[in-house]
Design a binder for this molecule. Sequence first.
Ligand code: G1P
Length: 279
Amino acid sequence: MIKKCLFPAAGYGTRFLPATKAMPKEMLPVVNKPLIQYGVEEALDAGLTEISIVTGRGKRALEDHFDISYELENQIKGTDKEKYLVGIRKLLDECSFSYTRQTEMKGLGHAILTGRPLIGDEPFAVVLADDLCVNLEGDGVLTQMVKLYKQYRCTIVAIQEVDPQETNKYGVIAGDLIGDDLYRVRNMVEKPKPEDAPSNLAIIGRYILTPDIFKLIEETEPGKGGEIQITDALMKQAQDGCVIAYKFKGTRFDCGGAEGYIEATNFCFEHFYKTGKAY
Ligand code: G1P
């Protein structure tokens, strides 16, 4: 059983400056909820109740968000505004939250390794909160991936087809089709130029990792951009046939930049806010 979900959330959010100068990018609101809350809700829906967050300097708002605000609760008690807090209260009731700090930004692989004391020796999910994923037709993306993990018992990465000109924004995989929308990964490259990309199947910010990944990250040298890349550590795991890529059902919005953020905002306004499902 997977219970833990790790949120690397120490990054600077430079694509969203100046908004992210003094505020964590994970706290950017999509309509009425911060990005990270969508991610935690997706995790809880998948049965993951132990939320671990890797934070950094200037990220205290994350901890305050996942806590009770007594003054606020007292102020709105008995009013019709209480409904606004129903969703966040559910998360506080049903999940535990633990935090650790990444003191130096050395890449996503390093951020995940920083979370090791919170995870221990068990399989866990990773959510990059600025990839907002929704599936109006059924299970959320993490729920889909947890089901696959139960079947295959190995690392699962979520992928989607991207414009071949945009491979340099993603980890890109190549693999053998082993089922509907499922590939056994043979090769993966972090942010290849279009001419060097092994395919246009890009990894998006949802992973289920087996705990041997920590040792593999430790052994990983800095790669693209001088950072310790999770993609490089996963490539080592893939050499033993232990990484499956899954073309998930649903839509992913890249909320790390203005365009995807606006698309996500319009989508959530239409499908959640206007329909009363936003709290
Ligand atoms: C990270 C990963 C990359 C992945 C992407 C998904 O990149 O390094 O492999 O495709 O997340 O969003 P970042 O967007 O943090 O640069």
